[in-house]
Design a protein. Sequence first.
Length: 81
Amino acid sequence: MCSATFGEQLWSTRGVGLTRVLSAIKIRAGPTVTLVLESPNDSVKKAAKTSKAVQAAADARERAQKKKDSLLQQLESDEKK
């Protein structure tokens, strides 16, 4: 992450390339720049957490769909009576 052109915000620079990061640093208004760096170990840990979150979301969607199907089936059977 790199500090914004002005202000105290931080912008994500993941995947933008070195040229864009350097440009953001060069056009910074003021004498200081804030950079937040990430070690390779951190990125591996984040990827593992992300994959767990994606799996949890998929499981939740599957449970919700099963519940929806069950309730719909129950409603249809009640309407037939």
